[in-house]
Design a protein around this ligand. Sequence first.
Ligand SMILES: *Cc1c(COP(=O)(O)O)cnc(C)c1O
Length: 404
Amino acid sequence: MSHTPTRSDFDQYMTPNYSPQQVIPVRGEGSRLWDQEGREYIDFAGGIAVNSLGHCHPVLVNALKAQADKLWHLSNVYTNEPALKLARALVERTFADKVFMCSSGGEANEAALKLARRWAVEHHGEHKDKIISFSQSFHGRTFFTVSVGGQPKYSQGFGPVPGGILHATYNDLDSVRALVGDDTCAIMVEPMQGEGGIVPATPEFLQGLRDLCDAHDALLVFDEVQTGVGRSGELYAYKNYGVVPDILTSAKSLGGGFPVGAMLTTDAIATSLAIGTHGSTYGGNALASAVALAAIEHIDTPEVLAGVKKRHELFREHLETINRKHGVFQEIRGMGLLIGAQMAPEYEGQAKDILPLAIDEGLMALIAGPNVLRMAPSLVIPEADIEEGMARLERAIAKLVAKA
Ligand SMILES: *Cc1c(COP(=O)(O)O)cnc(C)c1O
């Protein structure tokens, strides 16, 4: 007899670095999920800004199934058609000339950081090694990316951290001016901080970083792992700002639920990734590339992108209505379908308490730090699901208020 897995199997068999909710979803369709008991949920979490077209979207399912019958994997000893098509699609739709493929956001950022360092050594010398990033930023969980990330809790306790990394204050150009110099190799920044609490950059800030990089011959790296692939209402968030980076990283929504990542850059910089300097066994995997290509082609259309902006307004209106009744939020912010609601001072640190209450009402949501309720739903979530999800959220918040 086969054993039906339970939540207690998690504690028994899996390393304890996560603490998942008690329910185990087994099936998804669009923006709805069903658990082992057949209970239905509306999905405002979107696999943490990953399921860009919801669950089991036919465009992605068809791309995956068609490729599954042809070819899965070759390694980078050979190239393959889906990877070449995906690279071309990314180049044609962005500032970039060249693409490095991998399987996750952390891996894309690791490639970006290594490329920036290598470019600086080749063009300027060993002394130009300083990487500037920002407090509260998040760039992945490899040792280099947690060190560049601005949340020390993720990098402390693992022994000596990589050096040459400086942290400035987000949206504060003076704090960058105090650190930047001719030894600056790169500035890495999220156009909107995701894990750090859904904090959009100001246009002056991103333009100022561009100017500082130009003045000091440093590379500007945009981490668009969370903001990319339609999430902001443009294919990439940099297009909202009109500030062009030298390197851009993408993952999460890129695969719509299939693990894939990419690092984009220009011809001039890409030459520093000469043969043998970097690699990834799964990078450019045919299945992953076929799914990502289908996702990009479906999302980068005027209808889907305009739909993201329209849904942003709907989310905002609903959250404001809830807040007028219950007064739990201090600020509602974000771009496109990456939305954060910061808790009011009376509810400081209680964003996480909403999640199990929401599950009880049949809604999945996220937090971004202890103080921000985060939503990152499918870019094509139906209006009816937004309405119903918000009704459930309001009931969850009424329970939070009743407990206070
Ligand atoms: C999620 C995230 C990452 C890490 O991506 P993984 O796929 O988990 O490695 C990096 N940067 C940002 C901005 C992210 O949101």
